[in-house]
Ligand binder design. Structure first.
Ligand code: ATP
Ligand code: MG
Length: 729
């Protein structure tokens, strides 16, 4: 896929900014997380410590109250129970956080008067001084501690002569701890004095502890017993931290036992969140203070910073994209302009328009590109123009055209080549032209002196070869011409001879023959001697024969030398009738009947000479038929032909003679029949000149011949021109 330059630039800028932003954000966030973690840990640890210290302080001060009571009572030398009651009442009254104050003396250890107090109100059966001032029911009231010597808070101080802070315990529905201190008088344990504190105040304080958003605190007593918990109040005093069944919490509880502080990362079973549990032992009595903070809240600031940084990153990318787009537009705009300009130029140059120049009115940074192109064009265009000009001039035949102007490098070579070519062409064409001009003047001696190379050599050598060939042809032609002239001369001579012969026949032979005929006929009329008459008759016959021969020969000579005849519309019926008329005497002599029953006119395009054809054919039919036979003349018409048949019942013509009888002087049976042998030759030639057909076949009746003549039929309706022009003979 092709990515536009502009998109590439924008992508590159955005990718760069993205990379920087991602790196910067990651580094910042990682550093910030470490710093924040350290800070929050410190904060949380301090909170934890301060609460632990506070409670430790509280416990110490409560214990101090208990101890100061016990010490005071150790020094007390009177035995006024009321006075001590008042003191205890007063201490309770003055320390609102206390739930109770109490003393419990060994039997008769206070005043030796236990018996006096036995079974009176406020005492037990033994009258022992064991007073318990308390506000368990809200108001300060005085109770008697029953069987106090059986509890830890009495036994421990008695045995160890030391203070004790009791484990928390329920007393009449209140969850309390007791601070108990031994009363030592003269080194002897005589009882205990102490104060009770409700754990409710502690739970109140601890429950109110918050850290970050939802961080909270819990407190445990010895062995991990839960003393304060903001969510499940019923766990207080009933469950231990080990009941969480959570490794982290259990480890914290274990550390507390060894008075160790610290923190663990774990999942809070109460909230299900990932938390950091900070824990601190309360030194006074192995109590523990736990601060549970959800991890994400600890890093909330960092996450907020991360989100901000990501926001800034997105904004940066957005603005960078716009900036990159605008910058790229400036850059690609110029490039686009150059590209478009170049494309237009390329199109124009491809169309042969070389005067076009690149637009240099563009951004300064890119100016060198169109400038460079223009320089190239300037360098190329002049030689191309010159080359074109010289080529055009040469093509117009101006062979003196030459490449002009200064050129360098390959263009110089081009200029030299063109000039050399033009000069070469000039020389060769001048040479060739001179040779051709000479050849035109029948001078084949002028040869090409300069031949050139390659195709030019082919041309000049071709001209030279042509020259030689033409020279030879000219010689041959001259010889042929000479021969032709000679031949024509002879032909002319022969024609003249022929004409002369025809004329001689017509005039010089026919006239004397006619004179002989006339005188012979005259002599016949006047002669009375039979012998002489018979001889004169023979002379007349022979002379008639001679006249006939001369006429036939003259006629044939005419027909033979003709090329075309002038054709006119002729009625073939009347022509045949005329022929028959002429031959009536000849037929009558042999008592031959000529049968011609056609009455209708039949038009053909013919020359009047056509009558000779029928006269000859009918004459032959009479001549070569026995006496008292029939000659039948018929006309038949087909679509475009008129066929005339002459049927006789004579000797007939054998197949081998059917074509030869039409040859000149061909006579098959000369016996008894006079003839020149030219008749059918005249017929054939005459029909040829009419573009018709003539032939002979056997008479189907078994004896005799049928001569047929086919002529083109003339149709009045269809033929527009009656006359056809032709050369006459
Ligand atoms: P002429 O020149 O006086 O006509 P010709 O009749 O002998 O002389 P053609 O007319 O050319 O010459 O005939 C050539 C020959 O063909 C004849 O000599 C004859 O033998 C033969 N011939 C022509 N017509 C007939 C015909 N109707 N029957 C038989 N033979 C024929
Ligand atoms: Mg004949």
């Amino acid at each position: 896929m092709q990515i536009p330059l502009r998109s590439k630039l924008v992508l590159a800028a955005v990718a760069g900014v993205l990379l920087v932003m991602v790196l910067a954000t990651s580094i910042t966030i990682t550093t910030q997380i470490l710093v924040q973690e350290e800070l929050t840990h410190k904060q949380a640890t301090e909170i934890t410590k301060s609460y632990a210290n506070k409670f430790d302080g509280d416990m110490r001060s409560d214990l101090a109250i208990a101890r100061s009571i016990s010490l005071t009572l150790g020094e007390y030398n009177s035995s006024d129970r009321d006075e001590i009651d008042r003191v205890l009442h007063s201490i309770l009254e003055n320390n609102p956080h206390l739930l109770g104050t109490y003393v419990c003396y060994e039997p008769n250890a206070f005043d030796g008067r236990d018996n006096e107090f036995a079974s009176i109100e406020g005492y037990d059966r033994e009258g022992r001084f064991a007073t318990y001032w308390n506000k368990i029911n809200g108001n300060i009231q005085k109770d008697h501690l029953i069987d106090c010597e059986s509890y830890d808070y009495y036994i421990y101080p008695k045995v160890f002569k030391d203070d004790i802070i009791s484990d928390p315990y329920y007393y009449e529905g209140v969850f309390i701890i007791s601070y108990s201190s031994p009363i030592i008088k003269d080194g002897e344990f005589i009882g205990i004095a102490g104060v009770d504190v409700s754990l409710d105040y502690m739970d109140e304080i601890v429950s109110q502890v918050t850290a970050f958003d939802t961080g909270y605190a819990i407190m445990t007593g010895s062995s991990g017993l839960i003393l304060s918990q903001p969510y499940n109040k019923d766990w207080i005093g009933n469950k231990t931290i080990y009941d969480y069944e959570n490794e982290g919490f259990s480890k914290a509880a274990d550390d507390i036992k060894y008075k160790k502080s610290g923190y663990v990362n774990t999942i809070d079973p109460v909230t299900g969140k990932e938390v950091v549990v900070f824990y601190e032992p309360i030194e006074s009595k192995n109590y523990g203070f736990f601060l549970i903070i959800p991890k994400d809240e600890m890093l909330e600031g960092t996450f907020a910073l991360r989100d901000k940084l990501i926001g800034i990153g997105i904004l940066s990318i957005f603005f960078t994209s716009i900036a990159a787009y605008l910058t790229s537009r400036t850059v690609t705009g110029s490039i686009d302009d150059i590209v478009n300009d170049f494309k237009e130029m390329a199109d124009s140059i491809a169309d042969g328009e070389l005067n076009i120049r690149a637009n240099t009115n563009i951004d300064e940074d890119f100016k060198k590109i169109p400038d460079g192109l223009n320089n190239i064009l300037d360098g190329v265009v002049v030689p191309i123009h010159e080359t074109t000009r010289v080529a055009v001039e040469l093509s117009k035949g101006h062979l003196d055209a030459r490449f002009e102007g200064d050129t360098e490098g390959e263009f110089k070579q081009l200029a030299q080549s063109i000039n050399y070519f033009a000069k070469l062409l000039d020389v060769i064409i001048t040479e060739s032209n001179e040779v051709l001009v000479a050849m035109e003047k029948e001078d084949f001696s002028r040869r090409v002196h300069f031949h050139g190379h390659g195709d030019l050599k082919v041309l000049t050598e071709g001209i030279d070869q042509t020259r030689l060939a033409l020279q030879q042809a000219s010689i041959d032609r001259q010889i042929a011409e000479q021969e032709l002239k000679e031949y024509a001369r002879k032909l002319e001579q022969s024609n003249e001879l022929k004409d002369m012969f025809t004329d001689i026949m017509r005039h010089d032979l026919l006239n004397p023959a006619s004179v002989i005929k006339g005188f012979t006929e005259l002599l016949l009329m006047t002669e009375e001697d039979d012998q002489t008459k018979r001889l004169l008759g023979r002379i007349l016959d022979s002379n008639n024969n001679l006249i006939e021969m001369i006429q036939s020969a003259a006629e044939f000579a005419k027909v033979e030398s003709s090329d075309e005849l002038e054709l006119k519309v002729q009625d073939i019926t009347s022509i045949i009738e005329h022929s028959i008329d002429i031959l009536t005497t000849q037929a009558g002599n042999k008592e031959i009947v000529i049968e011609f029953n056609e009455k209708k006119p039949h038009h053909v395009l013919a020359n009047p000479i056509i009558e000779t054809v029928f006269t000859n054919l009918i004459s032959n039919a009479i001549k070569y038929s026995p006496e008292k036979t029939e000659v039948i003349v018929e006309i038949k018409e087909s679509d475009d032909l008129t066929e005339i048949t002459i049927t006789d019942f004579g000797e007939g013509i054998k197949d081998e003679h059917k074509t030869t009888v039409f040859d000149r002087f061909k006579r098959v049976n000369k016996t008894g029949v006079r003839g020149s042998g030219l008749g059918l030759a005249i017929v054939k030639r005459t029909i040829e000149l009419h573009e018709g057909d003539v032939g002979v076949r056997d008479n189907p009746s078994g004896k005799g011949s049928v001569f047929f003549v086919k002529l083109k039929r003339y149709d009045d309706e269809h033929e527009e021109h009656r006359d056809k022009t032709a050369k006459t003979y």
